[in-house]
Design a protein around this ligand. Sequence first.
Ligand code: GN1
Ligand code: MG
Length: 368
Amino acid sequence: MTPAELAQAQAAAQAFSPGGRLVGVEPLHRGHIHDTFISSWEVNGGRRRLLHQRMNDAVFQDIPGLMHNIRRVTRELRRGSWRAGDRELEVLRLVPTTEGESWAELNTGAWRTFAFVEDTVSYDRCLGPEQAFDAAAAFGNFQARLFDLDARGLVETIPEFFSPLHRFRQFMTALREDRCGRADSVAKEVRFVLDRRHLMQVIETGIQQGRIPVRVIHGDTKLNNVLFDRESGQARCIVDLDTCMPGWPLYDFGDLVRFTAATSDEDEQDLSQAGVDQGLYEALTAGWMETTSRFMNADELELMPLAAQIVTLTVGVRFLTDHLAGDTYFKISREGHNLDRARVQLRMVEQMQAMDLRPSAAPQVALV
Ligand code: GN1
Ligand code: MG
C-alpha cells in the first residue's frame, strides 16, 4: 500500500470511528470488485477490528440502492422469521459513520464498514465433502431465511445481473467490437461458448413460463463468502451481501457448485488441474436440499445439475467478455488473468457435461 493509499484508508476508518485510538490499517486483498481494508482500534482497554470497503461505483452505479438492500436484508435476517433449517448463523453488522449514516461519501469515494467477524477462516478451495455440505446448507438456509422478503422491496442495483441471456448479449457485443484485438487469440473459447448458446436461454424461458420463481437470492455464493468458525470449523457467517437482490434461486446453487466443487482455483493457469469433483457436487446437493427442499418446486429440483452448468458458463462468459473488452470490470493482477479465469470455468462446464450429475429428486420436466 502506498503512503497515499494508507492515508486514504486511515481517513476512511476515522469516518467510522468507534471511539478510542486507531492502531493500524491494513489492506485485505479479497474480491474482484471493491477495495477492502481492516482497521484495529483500542477502545476502553480492549481491541476492536472493523472492515472498510471503498465501493466500486463503476460496477455499482446506485450506491444508495446497494446500501438500502444491505440494510433491508440484514434487518430481515435479524427478524428471525425464517421458515426452514435450524442453523444459527451470525448476521453481518454494518457499522454506521460517526454521523449515524450507513455509508460515507468521502473525497476518495463511497465507503462502508462492517464489524470484523473475529475467529473465523475462509477458504478458496474446499477441504472436503463435509465442508461442502456445511457451506451449501448455510447458503440454503440463508435463502430460506429470506423467503418472506418481498423481492420488490429490493433495488435491482445492476440490471439483469443474473440473466444468462443478458450476459451472452454482452459477450457478443464485446466480441463484435473486439476493442483490444484479442478475439482471434481466443477463437477456441469463443467457439465453445457459441456451441452452447442454447443453454443461455433456458432460465429466461422457465421464468417466462412461470416455472422458475423469482425471489431474493444471495447472488455470490462462493465458498470464500462463508466464514467458518476457527475452532469448530462450522459455517458461522455469510458475507458479501452486495448482490442480494431479485434473482432465480437456483443461481445460488449453481454458483456454489461452480466455485466449491472446483478441483482448482478460479484462476488456475494449469488447465489440467481445472475440473469438477463429483463427490463435492453430491455433498453440495445434499447440503443445499437440507434447507431448501421445503420450497424448491419440481422444475427447480430437476434443473439443479443444469443450473450448475449454466451459472458456470455464464460466469465464464463474463470473464471472457471482460478479457475481450480490456479488463475493465474484474480486477486483475496479471496479464490474461480474466482469460485464465474464463478457461477454468469453460473446462468445468465441459466436465459437467461429460459427467452424470443428477438432480436430487427427479420429476421429469423438459424445459429446453
Ligand atoms: C465478483 O468481487 P467478488 O469476488 O465478490 C462478481 C460476481 C462473480 C465473482 C466471480 C458484483 O464477486 O458476480 O461471480 O466475482 N461480483 C460482481 O468470482 O460482479
Ligand atoms: Mg461478491
